[in-house]
Structures are given as C-alpha cells and as structure tokens.
Design a protein around this ligand. Structure first.
Ligand code: CA
Length: 533
C-alpha cells in the first residue's frame, strides 16, 4: 500500500513539474483546416456491396453510400464530427455477374444491385458538395466473358475469323496452361490471367484503345475525378509495353481533364513500382508498406520507428526520381488483404500505424472499417476481408456476400459506439486526418532529412512551399525524452497524437498531450507523434 501511495505521489510530482514548465499550448485548435484543391487527399476505400444497404436486399448500394456521406465528410471543415476524408475510391460498380464486379459486362452502366446512372449522378453531386473526389475502379486488364466484345470475339474465333473482334483479346494456338483457356471446338486459346471468367483485353490493339478512350470520356463527363486502375502488373512489362499503354492512358485521360487523378494497383516488389512511375501515372499503391508483413505493420509491432522512417524516406525519394510529380499512395490494407486489425492486436499499435501511414508524404487510403478496427474472421478467402461495415454494433447490418451472411462485429463497437468514446480508434483517425489537413507540408512536402534520435523514434524534416516541419513518431513501447534544442531551436508544437494510455501526462480536451519545455526537452509517451515547427 505504501508503495502504491509513493508511486502515485511520484507521478503527481512528475505531472506537476511537467505542467509547470512545459507550456503546452493548444495551437492545434487555431490552425485552419484547409480544403484540398489538388490531388493530395486522404482517401477512403468503399467496398460498395458491404458498406450500407439502403433497400433491405442485403447488398450495399449507392443510395446507402449517399446516406453515409456526412460520416465521411459533412462539407464543413470547421466541424470535428466527420472523418474528414476528401476522396473516395469505389470498388467496381459497373454491371458484372460476379459479386466482386472485377470482370465487367458493360462499361457504360451501373450494376442494378447498386443503383442506376441517375443515382450515380446524385452520388457524384453529393460528393462534390463535400469536396470529396470520386475515384472509380476501372478494370482495363480484362472483361467478363459476357461482355459483348468478348462474346463476338469468341463466336468469330470459333468460325475461324481472327481479323475482327478477336483483335480486342489475345487469342493464340500456343496456349500455356493456367492463364490460357481453350476456345470450344477449336485449337485456339484465349488469355485470362486471373481466370477463364476474366479474358484479358489486347491493350496494344488500336480498337481496344478507342473503346477505352470512349469509356474514360463517358465517366469523366459524368463528373468522375479519377480512376483506380486494376491489375496494372498485367498490362505488360513495366519498362516496355506496360508503361507505353499507361502513358497513352494518362495522356488521353488528361486531354479530357487535366486534373484527373489516377492511382494504379501494381501489386509487386518496389523495383517494379519504381519502373512504372516514369509512365506518368500520378500514384501507385505502396504495396511494400501495406499488409500484415509490410513496413507499417512490421515496424510498428517491433517498435522500431527509425528504420521505418528510413524506408519511407528511401521509397519516397526513389519514386520522385522516377517521376517528380509522383504522389505516393500509402495504405495499411485493402479488400485483398487480411485486415490491419488482425495483424495489430493492440489498440495503441492500430493507432500508431494509422498515424504514420496517414501523416507520411503523399496520399493515404483507409479501407472502410479499418477506422473502427474491423477484423477478418478468417483468412481463408477474400470474402472475409470484405465483410459488412458496422454502423451500430447493437444492430448489426444484414449484409451478404454471394448470399452468405458476411458480418463480423468490431471488437471496439461500431461507428455509433466509437463516436461517443473520445479515446476510440475512430476518433483517433479523425484527429490524424485533421492534422494532415491543417498542415499541407505533411502530404505535399519532401523529406529533406531523417533525424536520428533513438532506434524507437522515427523523425524527419519535411518541407513544402518554404515551410519546414519536424515530424517525430515514438513507435517504441517506452516513453522517451529527447532534446531538440539544436535540431530545431525555438520549436513549437504544431500538433500531437498519443496512441498509448499514459496517465502521467497532461490531458486537455480529453486527449493526452506531448510536452516540450523551455530547454528543448521533448517528453514523448510510448506510441506518440508530434509535429513541430
Ligand atoms: Ca441494396
């Protein structure tokens, strides 16, 4: 008992001494949250069939998305109640017979399960009212087998005709097992890298390009702001035909909208991503930093901030060598991966990884449900990564995938429960995005220097438009004190985030805060972030 009293007393004295000399001064409150006017944004990935069902058929739809837009961004930058994202990547919504819609039957329409072109137009309008960019998933690599182009191609090849519709796809007699599939009654095969249900387009053929130009123009005319390109890896070798096609696509899309934003899915090693950036594409997802074995999650678990920041610095520098206009695209997980909540068991680690991902240079993509810590029930199949969004854990949604119930409760409650809990993961995400929107240097800047303070601490200077910030993440499990008087004299705290529960620190506005004293000593709780100027 005596011991406990002594500890409490000691903590009290520490607390007093810190508050006495630190002068934590809440500058954050006064900094304007800026609305993005460019393509640097925090994006939110919506898996449409699982997000919100408006009509009770157990499949999420566009009207359901519209009903939840205020949750994502209410259009008023002065409110703190919304997530604050300014872009949405929508999973495929064009008509398709597969539940995931990644093989398109009709590139000019909306799948009836999700709505109609009219509802889509309303969705775009409602997004734009809130400064949300609309990024559509565009599947250029392959179509569905009932796409009219493939149906005609297939019939013609069966009749031995190879000079017409067959040119839109890749037919050959030299079929390699696995990715080539037999054309019934002939000795021809067609390429389908993913499955026989997904025949690959011939992207070198002029006719295919004319078709996709028309498709791109069709959606841009409806107000779409950009595209997420699926399966870029299969467009062809990055250094040759793949990049040639991507360059063609970018030039074409920019000829209709110079501000179009395009992010590519090139799920491969860093060197392939570097090789693809010269194509002129705005962004490529940074796969090496995502997933349960990627850098964000691995180094957060290890508590090694310095090595993580060095990797970010190296990666960010390399992509800008390949394309000075590159916008990095960081994310923790997506619909093809085990959810980040599975890989990071501690709440403080979920918060820490989200802060580093969200505040690093470039764009960040949050996969719906990640902000409330939804876990995958199993890792057996993709469908477990795509379960229903939990709006209220006391009223679980009736969401199905292929007719099978697909709902897993979040261990921390749903959106409703987390909104009223100041220390929730959801409210932590809101603060990350707010800080990002208050400090344009973070996303738009260049890392000019990695600062070595401690292996647990990742620290760097980031500079944009002649303004320099010092970003420090203590990723370790222990609190740290570092002196920054020589690194950044007369530093001022611009923003802070404390992911761990550390009661000896100051709490203001219901949050723990980092303190900096007059001698430049910075007291960093375990798992915390501070931005200084
Ligand atoms: Ca529905």
């Amino acid at each position: 008992m005596k011991k406990i009293i002594a500890i409490i007393l000691a903590l009290f004295i520490v607390c007093l001494s810190m508050t006495g000399c630190s002068g934590y001064n809440d500058v954050t409150a006064d900094i304007e949250v800026q609305k993005s006017q460019d393509n640097y944004r925090n994006f939110y990935q919506i898996w449409v069939p699982s997000f919100c069902d408006s009509d009770g058929d157990t499949i999420g739809d566009l009207q359901g998305v519209i009903s939840k837009l205020d949750y994502l961004n209410d259009g008023d930058p002065t409110t703190d109640t919304d997530l604050g994202i300014e872009g949405i990547w929508f999973s495929p919504i064009m008509p398709s017979y597969s539940y995931h819609k990644y093989n398109v039957s009709d590139y000019y329409n909306i799948d009836p399960a999700f709505g109609s072109l009219e509802v889509f137009d309303t969705l775009v309008e409602e997004c734009h009212k809130r400064n949300i960019s609309v990024v559509m998933d565009l599947v250029l690599n392959h179509s569905a087998t009932d796409n009219p182009y493939f149906e005609q191609a297939y019939e013609q090849v069966k009749e031995g005709k190879l000079d017409d519709y067959a040119q839109y796809y890749n037919f050959t007699k030299e079929g390699q097992s696995g990715v080539y599939h037999a054309v019934e009654g002939t000795d021809y095969y067609y390429e389908g890298q993913f499955s026989p249900e997904m025949p690959d387009w011939n992207l070198s053929y002029e006719g295919t390009r004319e078709f996709f130009e028309d498709v791109t123009k069709f959606w841009l005319d409806r107000g779409v702001d950009g595209f997420r390109l699926d399966a870029v890896k299969y467009f062809g070798d990055a250094k040759t035909e793949g990049n040639e096609f991507l360059s063609w696509f970018m030039d074409m899309a920019r000829s209709y909208n110079p501000d179009v934003y395009v992010v590519g899915e090139l799920w491969s090693v860093n060197s392939d991503i570097y090789d693809c950036y010269p194509s002129g594409i705005d962004s490529l997802f940074a796969f090496g930093f995502s997933n349960s074995d990627g850098n964000f999650i691995s180094f957060t678990r290890l508590g090694n901030g310095q090595e993580l920041i060095e990797k970010i610095y190296k990666y960010d520098t390399r992509i800008h060598e390949e394309n000075p206009n590159a916008i990095n695209a960081f994310f923790l997980s997506n619909h093809d991966m085990v959810r980040s909540a599975n890989a990071l068991s501690e709440l403080e680690d979920k918060k820490m990884a989200a802060a580093i991902c969200g505040l690093s240079p470039g764009n960040s993509f949050i996969y719906n449900g990640e902000e409330i810590g939804i876990k995958a029930e199993s890792t057996d199949s993709d469908k477990y990564y795509r379960t229903g969004m939990i709006w209220d854990s006391e009223q679980l949604p009736d969401i199905t995938i292929n007719g099978e119930k697909a709902v897993v409760d979040s261990q921390y409650g749903g959106v409703k429960q987390q909104e009223s809990d100041e220390s929730s993961l959801l409210n932590f995400y809101k603060r990350i995005i707010k800080i990002d929107n208050q400090n344009p240097e973070l996303a738009r800047g260049t890392i000019t220097e990695v600062v070595e303070l401690d292996p647990a601490i990742g620290a760097y200077f980031v500079e944009y438009d002649s303004s320099k910030l010092l970003v420090i993440h203590n990723v370790g499990k222990e609190e740290k004190t570092v002196n920054i008087s020589e690194i950044l004299p007369e530093a001022q705290i611009r923003a802070d985030l404390v992911a761990s529960d550390c009661e000896e620190y100051e709490k203001k506005d219901s949050q723990w805060h980092i303190t900096l004293d007059d001698e430049g000593n910075l007291y960093l709780p375990a798992k915390s972030t501070v931005i200084l100027k």
